[in-house]
Design a protein. Structure first.
Length: 255
């Protein structure tokens, strides 16, 4: 597992490296640690190392116009699946960290126990991203990552899986797919005709959700209250649920 740490404080960089080495030893994990002090080199490292699975990032860098929030935005353009944890002296950037979907926010000085707890959350997130759906399509078989699956719908008696790359016509019923996915908190059947991945929702109205690609999906009025509760439950276990689901929390009070 390749981990990148970016901090302009050489002493703190050494501490985080030691923390990661200790975790690797305790959990028998093979960790490759990339440590850099210059934030301007970070994007080059991300592009050169597409197999980076986790980034710990400072926010304020002395003598640089760049900051961790801006860097995180650039990282997402290249690879939006890498979990990012901010480690900083300042609590004033916490709200902005949600806007770039950071998975964690640690305030210096960071104890080993705090760091270890955050690392475990990241590890769970990474394992979640690696889950796949092996499914029979109209023509053959396909392996679809849960994290790539935006929604499922039924149209003219056909069932379609819509991923970020393409859509697949499959030989399953909606009930069968609902049963397959029900153990994963990301997925919820919001309508007779739709199962949606909470990760791809950007806004929620009284009758529909809007996805990141601009598509809209109907919500059944009979399922909406449970759907809002499912969003709140998912948000407890994932920092990647950001302002959209905070707004859902506000809406829940009026249901």
């Amino acid at each position: 597992m390749k981990v990148l740490v970016c901090d302009d404080d050489d002493k703190f960089l050494k501490i985080i490296r030691e923390y990661l080495q200790q975790i690797g030893s305790e959990q028998n994990l093979q960790l490759e640690i990339l440590g850099i002090q210059n934030p301007d080199e970070l994007m080059e490292q991300v592009k050169k190392n597409p197999d980076i699975q986790l980034i710990f990032l400072d926010i304020i860098f002395e003598g640089s116009e760049n900051n961790g929030i801006k860097i995180a935005e650039e990282i997402q353009k290249v690879n939006n699946s890498i979990p990012i944890v901010f480690i900083t002296n300042y609590d004033s950037f916490a709200v902005q960290s949600y806007q770039v979907n950071a998975i964690g926010y640690l305030l210096k000085p960071v104890t080993y126990e705090e760091f270890q707890t955050q690392f475990q959350k990241c590890l769970s997130k990474i394992k979640e991203e690696e889950k796949c759906l092996c499914i029979k399509t109209e023509c053959n078989h396909a392996v679809i990552k849960y994290s790539d699956l935006m929604y499922i719908d039924t149209m003219d008696r056909s069932i379609w899986l819509h991923t970020i790359y393409q859509k697949y016509k499959v030989r399953y019923t909606m009930k069968e797919l609902e049963n397959i996915l029900k153990t994963d908190a990301r997925f919820f059947r919001i309508h007779t005709a739709y199962i949606v991945n909470i990760q791809y929702i950007v806004s929620i109205s009284s009758s529909e959700v809007i996805l990141k690609n601009g598509e809209s999906i109907l919500i059944s009025k009979y399922k909406k209250k449970k759907f809002m509760q499912a969003i709140l439950e998912y948000s407890k276990s994932s920092r990647s649920v950001s302002y959209t689901h905070l707004r859902a929390h506000e809406t829940l009070r009026y249901l």
